[in-house]
Write a protein that binds this ligand. Structure first.
Ligand SMILES: [Zn+2]
Length: 492
């Protein structure tokens, strides 16, 4: 039987602001869409945290036996500078600054994004569609919304008519805003704008002559508005209604609000059953921003190449650090917090490394089944990874008691203990055991040192010592090979 049938998962739905029992539209299957990166600069650490939350959620669904189609897009068509739909396309701007083609920018930062995610041990999504690959679908949606009378064309651009839409639907259903307040709080249009109301947003923008990224459409040579691509790609791959839509809290308004309006206008139904939003990452108590220098790149954690850090940290330690907080809580990144996480991580991995040396006993003095269910309970309660990790440390205590013969487990219980550690630490949290890698690195260092000593012995014509080093290494299964490039070794 699939595991999900034994577990009632609760998910916090941003649409209702409540934890709800999770029931997928089709039993056994889950459709999940997460807004991907805009590839005009290096992915920042806050984004990595947000994507990591959904990676963990994807992993847990898979563990429970669901067949998941996880779609995470790449925004490569260029956003406008701000939500007011004026200003420059950010990808085009970057291209002009660096004197390269827009698609060169896209390629460079897409590769960077994938590298970072690989370093942090992300699972690839099922489909990773690009906005530029779905221009036709976006144009079709605009046509439908125009036919419904919920959008209008001005000078080759098309805008969504928020006030008209709001007559029958609620624009603000996700963010809890209401249009009257929005109207009250926005300044009057300056007459320069083509929009009927400041709340309206672009579905299609006519390209200025200098704009390089452009596509033909019934209205003008131009490019789609910011919000439309996610509606086009989620509908195409997951259907008009799907289970989960995720993203960072900052995308709730206007991006996700506009996605709901577009989908509702064109498909006549609310597109998403459970909206999920991850919270932000601060740095030393302050919002991260490149402009203030209060910023750190994911790669700098691994290289240690940032003044904030005392040393380099393995990516998996940073992953452990992030998952120690609930995905809906603000998390503050600092060197001290990362050092503390590293100690915890090492304690966890040391205990896991000890698991194989434990011996079974005729009886169990620990209730492993109960412990196992507390681990599941934590994850079933809106993916509460900090509570799960607390239970894993309870398990670390068990391992230490077993090592010191202060507790006992039967063979079956011991297997279950190992299994649960493997499932939650590696499959669900996606951590990697770098302590073993660390030992390998240290071994290489020791052998290289002995090779150096042997070279010194040979230079001094001390053949007895050089042979002794070679033979004794061979006796423990390490073979030295002398070549033109120097001496190398292999482990037999
Ligand atoms: Zn999106």
């Amino acid at each position: 039987m699939e595991l999900y049938k034994e577990h009632q998962l609760k998910v916090y739905n941003s649409l209702t602001n409540k934890k709800e029992n999770f029931e997928p539209l089709t039993e056994g299957y889950i459709g999940m869409y997460v807004c991907g990166p805009t590839v005009y600069s290096n992915v920042h650490l806050g984004n990595v945290r947000s994507f990591m939350s959904f990676d963990m959620i994807f992993r847990y669904f898979k563990h429970l036996g669901y067949k998941v189609r996880y779609v995470r897009n790449i925004t490569d068509a260029g956003h406008l500078e701000n939500d007011a739909d004026v200003g420059e396309d950010r990808i085009a701007k970057k291209a002009r600054l660096e004197q390269i083609e827009p698609m060169e920018v896209v390629q460079q930062y897409t590769v960077d994004f994938h590298n970072v995610l690989q370093q942090f041990n992300f699972l690839p999504p099922s489909i990773e569609p690009t906005a530029t690959g779905h221009i036709v679908e976006q144009i079709e949606i605009i046509k439908t919304i125009l036919d419904e009378g919920l959008a209008y064309e001005v000078n080759g651009s098309v805008y969504f008519d928020v006030l008209k839409y709001n007559e029958k639907e609620h624009y603000g259903v996700l963010s809890g805003r209401n249009i009257e307040d929005a109207i009250h709080n926005t300044r009057v249009l300056d007459g320069q704008s083509e929009k009927r109301n400041p709340q309206d947003f672009a579905l299609w923008k006519k390209a200025q002559p200098e704009h390089i990224m452009r596509w033909p459409s019934p209205w003008s040579d131009g490019f789609p508005g910011w919000h439309l691509e996610c509606t086009a790609m989620s509908t195409k791959y997951l259907g008009e209604q799907f289970d989960i839509h995720g993203g960072g809290m900052d995308l709730k308004f206007p991006h996700h609000e506009c996605e709901i309006a577009q989908a509702q206008a064109s498909n006549k139904k609310s597109p998403v059953r459970y909206w999920m939003h991850g919270n932000m990452l601060t740095l030393n108590g302050k919002k991260m921003a490149k402009s203030t220098g209060n910023n750190i790149l994911p790669s700098e954690i691994i290289s240690g190449n940032n003044d904030i850090l005392s040393k380099p940290f393995p990516a998996t330690v940073a992953r452990f650090f992030m998952l120690q907080a609930h995905y809906r809580s603000i998390l503050d990144f600092s060197n001290d917090a990362l050092e503390a996480a590293e100690k915890g991580y090492n304690r966890l991995m040391n205990a896991i490394n000890d698991l194989d040396a434990l011996n079974a006993a005729p009886t169990s003095s620990i209730d492993i089944k109960k412990w196992k269910s507390t681990c599941y309970d934590a994850m079933n309660d809106d993916f509460n990874t900090p509570i799960l990790i607390a239970h894993l440390f309870e398990g670390v205590k068990y391992i230490n008691q077993l090592k010191e013969s202060k507790a006992s487990l039967t063979d079956a219980d011991l297997q279950e203990l190992k299994e649960i550690f493997n499932v939650f630490t590696f499959d669900v949290l996606g951590l990697e055991n770098v302590s073993i890698q660390d030992t390998t690195d240290k071994l290489s260092g020791v052998v290289d040192m002995l090779i150096g000593m042997r070279n010194d012995a040979r230079a001094n014509k001390d053949w007895a010592l050089s042979d002794k080093i070679r033979d004794e290494l061979l006796a423990i299964g390490i073979q030295l090979k002398d070549g033109k490039e120097g001496t190398t070794f292999s482990v037999q």
